[in-house]
Design a protein around this ligand. Sequence first.
Ligand code: GDP
Length: 200
Amino acid sequence: MSAFPHAHYLKGAHEPPQFVTDTGAEVCFGGRSNAGKSSAINAITQRAGLARTSKTPGHTQLVNFFELEPGRRLVDLPGYGFAKVPRPLQDHWKKLLEAYFRDRNSLKALFLIVDVRRGLVEQDLQMVGFARGCGRAVHVLLTKADKLTQSESMAILRKVKSELARGYANCTVQLFSATANRGVAEANSVVAGWLDAPAE
Ligand code: GDP
């Protein structure tokens, strides 16, 4: 049984005026393209096809809103890391994300999806910077942990924790695997905790 049986896609937005009404609570998911963001969203919501919508052509460059229950949303941010993206579009995304992190009242936290084999890349740190700079909580999922041995993945967990601690206070990090169903319950409870946190 899904944790969120009524989860569904609401809409994709290219500009802040197209964002869904800013009430209730939402958690956004960001990360490098191919890091495993869609798989993580599907695993955490226990809804196999949910994040597929945001992969359909035309949706990948949008801020995609999913409603879990009335007033509780997940937001799938555009994946980054493709060198081919033209400069004007990169600039547009940067402005869009800055506006989203700065102005969105209902935004509780950033879930940053990082392929454990790659570790943090510059754009991941930029994303953490946007989020922490605007006082948003950050939780990092080091995903595809099934691809490494336990000792290898633990070493990367420690490294990422110390990299984040150097520049940004209060970020949490965990190992995760959508394929091996590892860390899913922990990630689910972090999402639920943020969505249920009382409004400030
Ligand atoms: P996105 O582009 O960040 O949304 O990434 P996807 O969720 O589409 O995943 C990209 C690729 O990585 C796909 O081939 C997935 O099957 C694979 N993948 C995603 N999560 C995992 C995982 O936890 N373990 C392994 N081994 N592969 C994964």
